[in-house]
Design a protein. Structure first.
Length: 318
């Protein structure tokens, strides 16, 4: 369950953006990621190397995504991600947004099939504010009924806008069929619309637990103090997550697809998707695949669009 949470860690250092701010000398960061596990809660905190003294980044990964949802729950993980950027028990949504902006920070979230991520980046002199800000969002959400209802409408509009001209086929849908991995991460208008307030709270309680989190940070700040502050701020969460009900995966080998769809204007669009099923490997294999993906992405774009002009947005994904 925990191994898939580490997928994003290899690219986490890229979150730390360059800054011209100056900073008092601090201990040199590690040359390789280091893990600290709390003996009281079991929470895992990773410190990543950083060569930028002016920026601090914090990322919290939760081991739940669309693959853990039943058909009726499709989209609830993504909906919850939206709701955790609303008001907390301590501050309103407006106070949170304006407060982070005053510190020169930015934040965002992402939901995938396997995990949900939340991150914040800001000048390193305000690292304590950044830790408190993001951990407050995850550990002390208010789940105000009116705010959640408003956000549900926003998420449904996002789904409508994204699929306004019909959703193109995905490799995952071809590969996994009716399995949760083949469904849209955001769900549908009907499934998101049917998420009850109680169901949203239950999803949060079942999955946002200390043994289902990985926290990573990068920045030239006091390491022991930073790690201790993170563990303290998240320590109020439940330690053990609920029972996971992920379905076994049975991929269709040799998957490829050529599909012609119709836009609402009557124009025809073509989609060609071809891919390969790879056997799971170790961290070294993953790093190699990430490099290969970037090389293939550049090559596919240059050949198909730049040189031949055959498609608008060819790309390679992993």
């Amino acid at each position: 369950m925990h191994i898939r949470l580490l997928t994003l860690l290899f690219t986490f250092a890229a979150l730390a953006r360059p800054s011209l701010a100056t900073q008092d000398p601090t201990p040199s960061p590690p040359s390789w990621p280091t893990e600290t596990r709390s003996p009281e809660t079991g929470l895992r905190v990773w410190q990543f190397p950083s060569h930028d003294p002016g920026a601090f980044s914090l990322l919290i990964l939760v081991g739940v995504g669309s693959r853990d949802e039943s058909p009726a729950q499709a989209g609830i993980s993504h909906f919850l991600e939206h709701c955790l950027f609303l008001s907390t028990r301590d501050r309103s949504e407006k106070e949170l947004i304006q407060g982070l902006r005053k510190q020169g920070g930015s934040s965002n979230g992402q939901t995938t099939q396997d995990w949900t991520a939340y991150w914040v980046t800001l000048p390193s002199q305000h690292w304590r504010y950044g830790v408190d800000w993001l951990t407050e969002q995850l550990a002390r959400p208010r789940f105000d009924t009116e705010e959640v209802a408003r956000e549900k409408g926003i998420v449904i509009e996002e789904i409508k806008t994204r699929h306004a001209h019909g959703r193109p086929p995905t490799f995952e849908a071809l590969l996994y069929g009716d399995h949760p991995l083949g469904r849209s991460i955001g769900g549908s208008e009907s499934t998101v619309g049917n998420v009850s307030h109680e169901g949203l709270l239950a999803w949060y309680r079942d999955h946002y637990c200390l043994d289902n989190l990985v926290v990573t940070w990068a920045g030239q700040v006091p390491a022991d103090e930073c790690t201790s502050r993170i563990q303290q701020r998240l320590g109020g969460l439940t330690r053990t997550s609920g029972t996971r009900a992920s379905q076994p995966v049975h991929a269709r080998l040799g998957a490829s697809l050529l599909n012609l769809g119709m836009r609402s204007s009557g124009d025809r669009r073509g989609f060609m998707i071809q891919g390969y099923v790879l056997e799971p490997g170790d961290a070294t294999d993953l790093a190699s695949l990430l490099v290969a993906k970037e090389l293939l992405d550049d090559a596919v774009f240059d050949e198909i669009r730049t040189h031949r002009g055959l498609a608008y947005a060819p790309q390679a994904e992993l």
